[in-house]
Design a protein around this ligand. Structure first.
Ligand SMILES: Nc1ncnc2c1ncn2[C@@H]1O[C@H](COP(=O)(O)OP(=O)(O)O)[C@@H](O)[C@H]1O
Ligand SMILES: [Mg+2]
Length: 286
């Protein structure tokens, strides 16, 4: 079955909006991801202190806060890179505390990185294809062998290529399919990184500053792609972003961190009106 239609069917079958606070783009469902009382320390540094929040199906959930607030650390806890000393994370009813990144990815949580983690010398196509590794049943050696798995492996390879080509069309990067990623402008590299994460067909996509370092036009493009992923694939998005205008435009709910503590949680309008949030942003820490 076509994965994109499958994703669209899933989105269409989603429950009616029960959180009308968003922009009303699509139905926001039940809680899929729950972060409970997470504390993370590096030696004497308290990166996160007693953080709790939840993420609902199909929503765009932003995490904002000044530099060093603990935003990336939070995503690293969710995707199994860091193991917090306290607290737990529940994804679709399954609680995990010692999960590695691969296990988390297999559960359907993918991410992009604040500092790009692409293979610069490899083509756009191959970079996005690398995101399919998790989905491949036959390994590379089986794919090279001709008998007896060859036909199954070839069929699988073709299916993966087709899926990747659809992502490339979706992200409007057809013209650069064969270009080494390192030669692309930064904004397009970020788009390829998004494509690599999408190739994993995640249910939840964690984006760490996907628009950092972009100009206004690139930010608009990226915002549009994030909303399109959210709408067309039905993917739940957790987004770290510095540009408050972008956050206000595309997110349904916002968590605000400051010095590792949660100081706000609500709709964009609510957090913007929160005095503690205002002072964190006007303070010298920004
Ligand atoms: N691997 C690490 N080792 C030591 N300290 C870290 C590590 N990762 C993050 N920190 C510290 O945790 C705090 C939060 O960092 P980070 O999560 O990167 O913040 P943000 O993404 O909000 O800018 C900072 O004080 C940072 O120096
Ligand atoms: Mg960060």
């Amino acid at each position: 079955m076509n994965a994109i239609t499958e994703a669209m069917d899933r989105a269409a079958a989603a429950p009616a909006p029960d959180a009308a606070e968003g922009s009303g783009r699509r139905g926001i469902g039940n809680v899929v991801l729950e972060v409970k009382n997470i504390s993370l320390r590096f030696g004497g540094v308290k990166a996160l202190t007693d953080i709790s929040f939840d993420v609902r199906e199909h929503e765009v959930r932003a995490i904002i806060g000044p530099n060093g607030a603990g935003k990336s650390s939070m995503l690293n806890c969710i995707n199994g890179v860091y193991t917090p000393q306290e607290g737990r994370i529940t994804f679709r009813g399954k609680t995990f505390d010692h999960m590695n990144s691969r296990e988390v990815a297999e559960m359907g949580i993918a991410r992009t990185f604040q500092n790009l983690a692409l293979f610069k010398g490899m083509s756009v196509l191959d970079n996005i294809m690398s995101g399919r590794n998790l989905k491949m049943k036959t390994n590379i050696f089986q794919q090279m062998l001709r008998n007896p798995w060859a036909s199954a492996a070839e069929r699988e390879e073709t299916e993966h290529r087709e899926f990747v080509e659809r992502i490339i069309d979706f992200l409007e990067i057809q013209a650069y399919r064969k270009t080494p990623v390192g030669r692309l402008p930064y904004g397009l590299q970020k788009r390829v990184d998004l494509g690599r994460a999408l190739a994993m067909q995640p249910q939840v996509l964690l984006l760490d500053e996907p628009m950092a370092g972009m100009n206004v036009e690139e930010k608009q493009d990226m915002s549009r792609f994030i909303l399109d992923v959210n709408n067309e694939y039905g993917t739940t998005i957790v987004l770290i972003e510095h540009d408050m205008g972008v956050v206000m435009d595309i997110s349904d709910r916002v968590v605000v961190l400051d010095y590792g503590k949660k100081i706000g949680d609500g709709t964009p309008a609510e957090v913007r009106a929160n005095p503690e949030v205002i002072s964190a942003y006007l303070g010298t820490s920004h």
